[in-house]
Design a protein around this ligand. Sequence first.
Ligand code: DGY
Length: 421
Amino acid sequence: MTDYTDTARQILATNDRGGYTVPTDRLYPFQWNWDSAFVAMGFATYDVPRAYRELERLIEGQWADGMIPHIVFHTPSDTYFPGSSVWRTHHSIPTSGITQPPVFGLALKRVHDTAISQGLTDTRRRSRILYNAALRWHRWWYAARDPENTGLVALLHPWESGSDNSPAWDIALARVSTTTETTVARKDTGHVDAAMRPHDEDYRRFIHLVDTYAACEWHPERQWAAAPFKVAEIQTTAILLRSGEALLEFAREFGLDSDAQQLETFNARSRSALLAQWRPQLRRFVSRDLISGDDINAPTQACFCPLLALDLEQTMLEAATAEMNDWSDGLSVLFPSTQPTYSGFEARRYWRGPVWAVINWLLMDGLQRNGKDAMAEKLRRSTVLAIETKGFAEYFDPLTGEGCGGLGFSWTAAAYLWFLE
Ligand code: DGY
């Protein structure tokens, strides 16, 4: 075990709050949905029972309709805004009212496969409970967020993408009012340099959306009708499809034929919908703004996430990877969350340019799936070097390599452990 591996494990231990892991102390003092899925895969490299526990604690927050919220507020903390009282949800354990990228199914499969390879007891029972929760969530995604069966699932809040202030939302979010019923009392800028975080105006819009959906009592159909922000999103759909493939393997292994049939239908629909979002002249995939009906042409990391769940034909693959190489030219760390030559690029501001280890993890998976092993290896080495040079930061400046945002970050530690496997 290297010193860095040891540090990564220590970070996960320090951020453990009793079977679940906070992303980092104070800035994010609760359990976050997709963070926990990545963290579970990190734990799977050395402590599989703890990896299961991470996922089990997350589904304590699952709603009756199947939605798994983006935050589970297991224990109170006053270091974060918006806390549970802003969300006004009605779950027995306080949660937020929106969701986050469904990495869960993919994580569960990896935890399960590791448990099987180690011959651990109780594996099938634990996996089966988590599989049921994941399938209920996938059904929720397709019912609540794709009511017209297009195959692309929609986000009603930028936070649901995990890429909060991405340039991808600039046009769609500008339509959302900056007025709020809730007082916006940010805490994040007390923990992290404001120049690395979203602007106040973004926050007013984020909270306007929370107020709007709380007024709908978080009812999916009322939210769908009231939503001033509605984006059919390719990164989320790709993750959902990749997790859907994992769930299909479970359904077959467990002999659950009708589940398998339903998952095949979901997966086939999303696969063809994602493929239809390819734009040859841009050499990338695009999301769609469902309110204007327009393509979202802002160049972000999401444009390459469909590789995760698609087996691309050669021309498309060569074009997408050539585009990725162009974006990477001259950078200290790969892969930027926004194309560096784009007007909206900001090297240190959260999702407007910085490199995120977990995005690299998804991109690497997609590149490997499509036979681009050398490029995946380039991303892996770049991420490992950034972490070993600058520490386990939340994200990295692609121009200078500087570690930015929160420090001692759980998902960066988890990614490091996975990358060293
Ligand atoms: C935040 O508060 O910064 C989160 O990204 C929202 O989940």
